[in-house]
Design a protein around this ligand. Structure first.
Ligand code: ZN
Length: 286
């Protein structure tokens, strides 16, 4: 059961046909712990079951969209939650079983649930959208970014081939995906737009206005038509290998965690918070 204070980690508001779902941990750049991810899932569920809500905007409170998974002391990785899949509880399980059960449920399972939601979703991204932040933004149908937004996946610095949902080749194209991963370099909003990962780039102060304007135009269209159009594109992406590709690479991701745990005694190789801090501090690509 989600408590009221946990629920406040993600806000749900509706204005007419447009729902706004806001990640609300700005004091830690909307870092995602289990509590926040389940609160986000509850907000998506509220949106899905609200007949008056046609389109959702997914936003982040404060200067950054999301700095990714919470790898610090508030990361609640040993906490039991009500699960959304039929995977058993990872708590108390040893080794790879612990990591695999947790990440199947919390990361791959939830992100796929959100991507499959039959109503349109728009990520409104400002500032940092790093690692787990990418997974939330990529789960949405459209991405509108402010001109100060940047994207990065520093997982290779942990010895890991990328975040749990390996959508990089579909989002960026294979060569750009390799450079993105090999260098951990920030991808600025303009470059992300040029590569097709982002629909529109707008001035920071107009981000939510522009997102609402786009949502408003979509919200006027027939609900079933939108649901079928969404499913049509998602099915084609999956026929182009997205689902089987991400399943396949998830195995490499787990291999990397297992290697780190075996060799360094830590699934992320020990340097997690520093890696994220570095990704936040690096300058945008020229
Ligand atoms: Zn992982």
């Amino acid at each position: 059961m989600t408590t009221a204070s946990e629920r406040d980690l993600v806000l749900y508001e509706r204005d007419g046909k447009i729902a706004t779902i806001t990640l609300n941990r700005p004091e830690v750049r909307n870092a995602q712990n289990g509590k926040l991810l389940y609160a986000l899932d509850a907000a998506f569920e509220q949106f899905a079951s609200d007949d008056d809500a046609a389109v959702a905007i997914v936003a982040g409170a404060g200067p950054h969209f999301s700095s990714g998974h919470d790898l610090g002391p508030t990361g609640d990785r040993d906490v039991t939650f009500d699960r959304r899949s039929l995977w058993w509880d990872h708590v108390g399980k040893a080794g790879a079983e612990n990591r695999f059960a947790r990440e199947c449920e919390l990361y791959v399972g939830l992100c796929r649930r959100w991507r499959d939601l039959p109503k349109p979703t728009i990520a409104a991204v400002q500032g940092a959208c790093i690692m787990g932040g990418l997974m939330v933004a990529w789960s949405c149908d459209l991405i509108i970014a402010s001109d100060d937004a940047f994207f990065a996946d520093a997982a290779v610095d942990f010895g890991i081939p990328g975040v749990e949902i390996f959508a990089h080749p579909w989002e960026l194209g294979p060569r750009q995906a390799k450079e993105f991963l090999f260098t951990s370099q920030r991808l600025g909003a303009a470059d992300a737009h040029r590569l097709g990962m982002v629909n529109h780039v707008v001035p920071r102060e107009q981000l939510m206005t522009e997102a609402r304007e786009l949502a408003g135009r979509i919200a006027q269209r027939p609900r079933l038509g939108l649901a079928l159009a969404k499913q049509a594109v998602n099915q084609c992406e999956d026929l182009m290998g997205k689902r089987s590709g991400t399943d396949s690479v998830f195995g490499l991701h787990q291999l990397a965690h297992a290697h780190n745990a075996e060799v360094m005694g830590d699934m992320n190789g020990g340097g997690s918070p520093d890696v994220v801090r570095r990704a936040l501090a690096e300058q945008p690509k020229a």
